[in-house]
Ligand binder design. Sequence first.
Ligand code: PGA
Length: 255
Amino acid sequence: MRIPFVAGNWKMNTTVSEAEKIVIEMLEKLDRIEEVEKVLCPPFVSLVSIHMMLHDSSVKLGAQNMYFETKGAYTGEISPLMLRELCEFVILGHSERRWYFGETDEIVNKKIKAALSNNLKPILCVGERLEENEAGKTEEVINRQVTEALNGIEPVSNLVIAYEPVWAIGTGKAASGEQAVATIRFIRAVVAKIWDESIALDVRILYGGSVTSTNIAEFISYPEIDGALVGGASLKADEFVSIVEQTAKIKKRIK
Ligand code: PGA
């Protein structure tokens, strides 16, 4: 039984006080929704304060990135040791990290290893670019990203994978439910091939890319889609709460 999962990725938005304000606006309502694992991923500088605000609530905290070394002379980087006092989750391999900051599959693999060996649960992001999609290379790209990310890693069921087609992120042009579920089924098959069928059935796989309160139902109505990684819409308290509420309601119905 996979517990539905919704995470908000705030990206490089919100100052500390803005982040606190959003948490105040949504916390009580989110906390009441029991059937979904809820995770907020604010910028690094807000983690300490939001960690304290979430204390005693069912809402969990995640970071948006991390370095793969635990400490040392890596100016400006944040290590798994620092994060694990504050967070349960860490987003790794987000397409903005891959394309703007040159993160390769090999780096993503090192980060996943470092997260797991430091008791952080990775949210691994994979997704094809528009030209790859149009050239019919979606499965090839996804297969490579998942296989290389998990290279040399022992099977773990506490991995979350987010399928985020790059062309759908921040564009307002979400994939269709049908497109998303096809790739998500493929991702689960790749995980089954690398590890095994039963672990693959435990790993939660999300859709991400222009998810809103208007289109969330289209995705989570498929039993194979375990939730969503939400960017822009997670910065609006009402929107995010509605996305989580709908996820709880629909998943309960189709269980
Ligand atoms: P978006 O971002 O919802 O703003 O498209 C999703 C993501 O990048 O995780």
